[in-house]
Write a protein of this length. Structure first.
Length: 266
């Protein structure tokens, strides 16, 4: 016997109250009578008409399946904004995002490396087990035992002083709301950039602020619907030897020393 719980009545009430609308105002938007809307919201109509379901789906920008099967009051505001922006798993044909990984002979997770030549294809292959299995893979000592790690190459100088062309090791972030403001991350985007290495701040309004360490590059904002994956920075590897102390750094040190001496004499 199918005991699938239906959340439609509680969901439409939750969504109406989230928009701060009365039953009468909501009924007017939907083009139905208030008494009919009240019956739907209170579960007195056990089998809503298909056209009513379509109206609710179009009005709230959430699929009929999600309205029926998911308790929307239990998910985060960020996830709700994702659904409204078109990231609804049911609207996308039920292709629920599963992180593809590979393991060694001892069933221990490998760390995959995304080489530059595979960078352009990662956006379409990130959740394809065959694509991930074809990536170079290896293990590294001293990584935390919990979590999934992946290595990405960086290009450009937007993250200086982290050297251009280094490889960054990152940990997969499942819950984006746990990302603290200005956290270093690799962000996989739907657009032409493939993925970027930035300071990430998740906004409550369903936006993601991306900032460079190099102040010559202006920050910019994308919507959560443009983001495919977020990987939090763990460490980086480079073949570059750090520069010796520059003249500017020496001048700053001297100024700081003079300031300390002046303060001591006051």
């Amino acid at each position: 016997m199918n005991n699938q719980k239906v959340f439609f009545p509680t969901n439409i009430k939750f969504l109406r109250e989230r928009k701060k609308l009365s039953q009468e105002a909501m009924a007017e938007i939907l083009g139905i009578g208030r008494s009919k809307y009240n019956a739907l919201e209170n579960g007195q109509t056990k089998a809503p008409q298909p056209e009513d379901l379509i109206h609710f789906s179009n009005t709230f920008k959430i699929s009929i399946d999600s309205l029926l099967k998911i308790d929307l009051s239990k998910i985060s505001e960020l996830k709700l904004r994702e659904l409204e922006a078109g990231s609804d798993i049911y609207l996308q044909g039920g292709n629920i995002r599963v992180l593809a990984i590979s393991v060694d002979k001892n069933n221990k997770e490998n760390m995959e490396y995304v080489p530059v030549k595979a960078k352009a294809g990662y956006r379409t292959g990130f959740n394809d087990p065959e694509f991930i299995a074809a990536l170079p893979k290896f293990s590294m000592p001293n990584l935390p035992k919990s979590g999934t790690f992946r290595m990405f190459p960086t290009t450009g100088d937007s993250m200086l002083p982290i050297p251009e062309g280094c490889d960054v090791i990152c940990k997969f972030v499942a819950d984006w709301l746990q990302v603290k403001p200005r956290t270093l991350c690799i962000v996989v985007l739907k657009g032409e950039q493939d993925f970027v290495f930035k300071l990430v701040t998740i906004g409550s309004e369903g936006t993601v602020l991306l900032e460079s360490l190099n102040k010559l590059y202006a920050p910019y904002t994308v919507t959560v619907s443009e983001v495919l994956e977020i990987w939090q920075f763990h460490s980086y590897q480079t073949q570059e030897v750090p520069d010796t102390q520059t003249d500017l750094m020496e001048i700053k040190r001297m100024i700081s020393s003079l300031q300390d001496q002046v303060l001591k004499k006051l």
